[in-house]
Design a binder for this molecule. Structure first.
Ligand code: DAT
Ligand code: MG
Length: 151
């Protein structure tokens, strides 16, 4: 169970605003293990695939325009309930509803500039990880802190 993985991304506004280190630090400090990390700009077709479930939404074009407007930090984090806990750490989709202490609640104001992405289920995490990373980009390693984080 402590091997659950989630896909977390820092969107172009998070990168431009210099929040990369702070966001990574939150996942590190919580005790999650980084399994993959890269800066990338994968282009429109890739982002349309990433957000395929939303393709009928009125905001879809603006969303894709925003996501291709600059580099993205793509990451995979591993740990117990990484998906659900990751979502909690991000906050609500709309920053107006995100509590202080969450990433969106601390660093963002509007839904169209909510600075980060996190998978919403284990199934979508597996799908997104496969979409964003090659197998050889995922690194299996044992954290020396494991037994200090897990009972
Ligand atoms: P989340 O990113 O919390 O998983 P989502 O998957 O429903 O939310 O939507 C993906 C992104 O689309 C979201 O981060 C911001 C944008 N978005 C969602 N709902 C929106 C809305 N009502 N108006 C404008 N943009 C929206
Ligand atoms: Mg989503």
């Amino acid at each position: 169970a402590s091997r659950e993985r989630t896909f977390i991304a820092i969107k172009p506004d998070g990168v431009q605003r210099g929040l990369v280190g702070k966001i990574i630090q939150r996942f590190e400090e919580r005790g999650f293990k980084m399994v993959a990390l890269k800066i990338c700009a994968p282009g429109r077709a890739h982002l349309e695939k990433h957000y395929a479930d939303l393709s009928k939404k009125p905001f879809f074009k603006d969303l894709v325009d925003y996501m291709v407007s600059g580099p993205i930090i793509a990451m995979v984090w591993e740990g117990l309930n990484a998906v659900k806990c990751g979502r909690m750490m991000l906050g609500e989709t709309n920053p107006q509803a995100s509590l202080p202490g969450s990433i969106r609640g601390d660093f963002s104001i509007q839904v169209g500039r909510n600075i980060c992405h996190g998978s919403d289920s284990v199934e979508s995490a597996n799908h997104e990880i496969a979409l964003w990373f090659n197998k050889n980009e995922l690194v299996n390693w044992e954290s020396a802190m494991y037994t200090w984080i897990y009972e």
